[in-house]
Design a protein around this ligand. Structure first.
Ligand SMILES: *[C@@H]1O[C@H](CO)[C@@H](O)[C@H](O)[C@H]1NC(C)=O
Length: 254
């Protein structure tokens, strides 16, 4: 039996003898890595009693460490044991070699929906505020930032937390208070695991939708009205000149 197994046995034995005293222990093993090939994997084993960390093995440290006198004595015993060390090395290699498979597990990445809009604000140094609302993304980790003429804006920026929708998805809202400057380009940038590269949403102060269409429509209608009224009054003038009996009808003049 290897020392690593004795490690477990030690834990279980202690539990059996300590149930009357209600001492609860647990052991955990973690393989932590952030590269696809697992080359940076760290293997971590921890032993707790009554939620107190008594001993741990961290592969970056390369030895067991105890946090009480007895635990340290035990850790020293493990560390001087070659079979313990070689067994730990085997577990670290397992941790590293399994990393790519873990990475290949399909992750449910869901791309966010982004809505960029402006609102007027009272009681602020700045008269305007842009809101970048990011909806329906998974997983939670996300970065939302602002660019002003290509440079990241850090002042006058606030944000909510990532808010769980209760259906696996999250939403987050970032706020930028600003004083509009002609020609300034403002964008909201979203970085998320579902996106191959950060997605940039440019703020368009005069979007060619809604209000603009109404303004153009109303202006066109007014122009048409002006011409028709002018034409009508011109026609009336001309015709009234030929009429012998003056009419009581009032002409419309512009
Ligand atoms: C493991 O050890 C490394 C190096 O000392 C340290 O940076 C890291 O935080 C440790 N990990 C844990 C979970 O304690």
């Amino acid at each position: 039996m290897s020392h690593a197994h004795r490690f477990f046995a030690f834990l279980m034995l202690f539990l059996v003898f300590s149930t009357e005293g209600a001492v609860y222990g647990h052991y955990s093993a973690h393989c932590q890595f952030s590269s696809y090939d697992g080359h940076d994997a760290v293997f971590l084993e921890q032993v707790y009693f009554n939620k107190l960390l008594l001993m741990q093995y961290n592969s970056s440290v390369g030895k067991a460490v105890g946090y009480t006198k007895t635990a340290q004595e035990l850790a020293d015993k493990f560390n001087s044991d070659e079979s313990f060390i070689s067994h730990q090395e085997w577990k670290i290699s397992l941790c590293k070699s399994n990393a790519p498979q873990v990475y290949n597990v399909p992750l449910d990445l869901v791309e966010p929906d982004v809505w960029l809009r402006s609102v007027k604000v009272a009681d602020s140094r700045h008269p305007a505020m842009l809101i970048c609302s990011v909806y329906n993304f998974y997983p939670k980790q996300i970065r939302v930032m602002w660019l002003r003429d290509g440079k990241e804006a850090t002042s006058d920026v606030t944000s909510t937390e990532e808010l769980p929708d209760g259906n696996w998805f999250y939403q987050i809202h970032s706020y930028l208070e600003f004083t509009p400057k002609p020609g300034e380009k403002i964008s909201c940038v979203v970085e998320h695991a579902s996106l191959m590269e950060p997605k940039v949403y440019d703020w368009d102060p005069l979007p060619d939708t809604g209000m603009n269409k109404i303004i153009i429509g109303v202006a066109g209608m007014l122009l048409g009205l002006v011409f028709s009224v002018a034409g009508l009054s011109y026609y009336k003038k001309k015709t009234s000149g030929r009429v012998v009996v003056p009419t009581t009808e009032a002409g419309v003049y512009v």
